[in-house]
Design a protein around this ligand. Sequence first.
Ligand code: PBG
Length: 370
Amino acid sequence: MAFPTTRLRRLRRSESLRSLVRETRLTPDALVYPLFVCPGEGVRKEVRSMPGVFNLSVDEAVNEARQTHALGVPAIILFGLPEKKDEVASGAWEEDGIVQQAIRAIKREVPGLVVIGDVCLCEYMSHGHCGVVKARSAPQSLGAAARDALNTASVVSVKNREEKEKAIETLASFAARAAQFDYEIVNDATLDLLARTSVSLAHAGVDIIAPSDMMDGRVAAIRKALDDAAFSNTPILSYAAKFASGFYGPFREAADSAPQFGDRRSYQMDGANLREAMREIELDIEEGADMIMVKPAMPYLDVIAAAHERFDVPLAAYQVSGEYAMIEAAASNNWIDRERVMMESLISIRRAGASIILTYYAREAAKLLT
Ligand code: PBG
């Protein structure tokens, strides 16, 4: 029945009417708050591109965890900034790794809070990639380049300007060649490190393991390692459809995890692909994922909606650093109403079908919702 019999505005006349017919609701119990843990004591270092988000030492992270719990937010997810980085991501799986320390302290002080451990290697690898890097160009050719460079350097004489300029040019071309060396992120060798990291986090007392690396087969490898280590009750929340995204920029500053060469397109998904996202999710569920995630959230609401339609496992979405930073930047210019846009962005993620939202706004949204 059309106008004038039907008038949709009838149900929009007051806030109580609007609330009565509201289809989607946001509650604090759907939110997860990310924390970045760093070495030291009493450290609260604000992330330049994410106002209100900090690198926190373990003691400060415990305080933040306590406040988060008190606000009615049921869970946090932890990322670590290790003391040192290397080529095997020791900081990710060592018994006294920074995240392991934080888990122990938080589970001791705030036992009711669900602690999720992000499992990835990029924060702990000297090259900033999420897996083991292998040079594809023969190592000898890199070695030869280095030897040539050294020989060239030794003939540089400060007196002979022209020769020096030429030598610098030669060195620069060697450096350029080395910087663009052909490399590969090795899938299967990475799985062992991810599994080892997961077991180590479980030993520290983590409640949920959340792999975000996008290697093939990681969920099965992690499930098996957890089961073998008697952690068969530890659930896996897989970042199943994680897209290679420019929206992670501010996070890489927060977690000091930007790749030193190349990008993540050989392992994270192409942003153009919805059907492939469904395959990623399906495979992760087959491998044993208890919950799945789509990430980023707002540019991929259609992927969230399709996943919600198709799969019956709990579905999470990550409102990532760039989504947060854009809202913050526009709001600080008074170009948008910060609170309104924050709540609107969160409700849109819910409406698309995510039941769990990881967001840097978790605490503020919880405050507004209670
Ligand atoms: C680790 C990881 C990233 C994010 C979560 N886990 C960064 C990346 O893949 O580069 C992004 C979170 C955010 O941007 O808020 N791999």
